[in-house]
Write a protein that binds this ligand. Structure first.
Ligand code: PLP
Length: 409
């Protein structure tokens, strides 16, 4: 087949990895982490330090991440889902409340609402190449029980925050930014995650800043940050690390909370990855530009999001296309998989899942229209042009197959 090999499995510093056979199944994986000596040394030093749970590296990661985002407060947590859960709880959402969010999102945001007893209310997307929520439909979804809004910067492309801030202000509602795709993305000079009341990041392995599992909450509201810190660690007034350093001898419990803490090993990885984020995002943007050039308008393919918007910088977490109407996505995915190309769908809309379909909902025609056409292509900073061109050639070839192109589903 193509003349390239899996990029990350041949770095020189380690022996065979247990999962090599599994990992190398794809000639072009959907996402990939880069392993090198600096990263391995950071992990080794942390393990050797003998302190593995939250400590100085977590504090330093919070400090550096908040500096990078120009946010007053950062609270590192164990996952993006934990970040969303704590944000929803800290804004006092619970039984009887509604939280409005786009249905075209990962299910974590809806779950984070539902587990508090509040009800997720789904709004529609802009439609066509715009996969971010529609501010007009967001406002139409707001009702008397609405307590907060969750906005997703889909694929790292900043939402129309001007219109969204206006809606939020008119209704006196706080905005939670699901910034899982958007570390380093910029809207009018401000980092995504810092525009609303609270921003939630994910450091899952396939994200732009991977630590394995991990997440982080940013806010400029010190009281909200204190509440989130408390809930992160059982509602306790001091951390093990504080007591270890002799800064605290006892603790009180102010309200029931969780163990949603990040650990030192992941924080050490995060500190290294943070220094690489700008370069990673820039590489992704360049590759996305190449995808767009080679695919947009070809055989009815639409590359998601407008080519240029002077007010925003995307973190380009995803390369998403809309397949031509009538083409069979599953056949395209199968054809690409046969060529060693991994693809995905971001996302099956949340309102189509059994649990959420049972809730009475407003119609979401533009979400429904794009849902069956969405296809996510491989994208990671160290992907080669050769790999990308292989993907675009194979997808065009798949759509040249008359059976795939007109399968009506
Ligand atoms: C990854 C992701 C999450 C969840 O983050 P985890 O760290 O996996 O818990 C939530 N929302 C979106 C949009 C994501 O992409």
């Amino acid at each position: 087949m193509a003349g390239f090999v899996k990029v990350s499995s041949d770095h020189p510093t380690t022996g065979p990895k247990a999962s090599d056979a599994e990992v190398s199944r794809w000639l072009v994986p959907l996402a990939d982490v880069r392993v090198d000596d600096e990263l391995l040394a950071a992990v080794r030093d942390t393990v050797a330090s003998g302190w593995w749970s939250a400590g100085p590296r977590v504090a330093e990661f919070e400090r550096q991440f908040s500096d990078y985002c120009e946010a007053d407060q950062a609270v590192a947590v164990s996952s993006g889902t934990a970040a969303l859960h704590l944000a929803v709880l800290a804004l006092d959402c619970g039984p009887g409340d509604e939280v409005v969010l786009p249905s075209l999102n990962f299910v974590a945001a809806a779950n984070a609402v539902a587990v508090t007893g509040a009800r997720p209310a789904f709004c529609d997307v802009g439609g066509g190449p715009n996969l971010n929520l529609s501010p007009v439909d967001l406002e139409a979804t707001i009702g008397p029980a609405t307590k907060a809004l969750i906005v997703l910067h889909y694929g790292g492309n900043p939402c129309d925050m001007e219109a969204i801030l206006e809606v939020a202000e008119r209704h006196g509602l706080p905005i939670i930014e699901d910034a899982a795709h958007a570390p380093g993305a910029v809207w009018r000079g401000r980092k995504c995650g810092t525009i609303g009341r609270v921003g939630c990041f994910s450091f899952f392995s396939n994200k732009n800043l991977p630590t394995g599992e991990g997440g982080l909450v940013v806010t400029n509201d010190p009281e909200l940050a204190d509440r989130i810190r408390l809930l992160r660690s059982h509602g306790m007034t001091s951390l093990t690390w504080d007591r270890h350093r002799g800064h605290a001898h006892a603790y009180d419990v102010l309200e029931p909370g969780f163990n949603y803490r990040l650990d030192e090993i992941r924080a050490a990885i995060g500190l290294v990855e943070l220094t690489r984020l700008e370069a990673e995002n820039a590489a992704r943007r360049r590759l996305a530009g190449r995808y767009r050039e080679r695919l947009d308008g070809v055989k009815g393919i639409v590359f998601a999001f407008p080519a240029r918007d002077d007010h925003v910088v995307s973190s380009q977490h995803l390369a998403v296309v809309l397949l031509p109407e009538g083409a069979s996505r599953s056949d395209v995915q199968a054809a690409l998989a046969k060529e060693g190309i991994q693809t995905s769908v971001h996302y099956p809309p949340i309102h189509t899942f059994t649990h959420y379909a049972a809730l009475a909902q407003r119609p979401l025609p533009r979400t429904d229209e794009v849902a069956s056409r969405l296809l996510t292509l491989p994208l990671f900073g160290h992907m080669t042009d050769e790999q990308l061109d292989y993907v675009t050639d194979r997808i065009i070839a798949a759509l040249e197959d008359p059976v795939i192109a007109a399968a009506e589903g």
